[in-house]
Write a protein of this length. Structure first.
Length: 133
């Protein structure tokens, strides 16, 4: 099973969402930044590395707010862990995505997210997880 970490980067009541390019698997779908946990890597370290690679930021990884196991129809299974990121250093830059946006929580369901993220998107939009401060 593929183990994946993703960040819910929050700023001014909005959350960062990223769109895959045409050349990635599941092209043009929206997702939260992050990626695969390498062998021997701790989940938080993996997420810090991925955010540096994808967005050029040095993120402070907060609490784990969700863990989802998703089985894709083609047989692949993935375990996703979502962490809150409230603070980061560095200037954010889009290094690998087609598009990167700050989305209001209420707008999240209107984005075409990866299947594995849909439940979390709903929970975020309704404030069920990571309530707005």
């Amino acid at each position: 099973m593929k183990r994946v970490v993703a960040a819910l980067i929050l700023k001014n009541g909005k959350v960062l969402v990223c769109q895959r390019t045409r050349h990635q698997s599941m092209p043009l779908k929206w997702e939260f930044p992050g990626g695969k946990i390498e062998d021997g890597e701790q989940p938080r370290d993996a997420l810090r590395r991925e955010l540096e690679e994808e967005l050029g930021i040095d993120a402070q990884i907060g609490e784990e707010v969700a863990r989802i196991r998703h089985d894709y129809k083609n047989g692949g299974a993935v375990e996703l862990r979502f962490y809150v990121v409230n603070e980061y250093a560095g200037e954010m830059e889009n290094r690998i995505f087609r598009d990167v946006r700050w989305a209001k929580r209420s707008e999240l369901p209107s984005y075409d997210f990866l299947e594995a993220d849909l439940e979390l998107v709903k929970d975020l939009a309704t404030g069920k997880i990571v309530p707005s401060h």
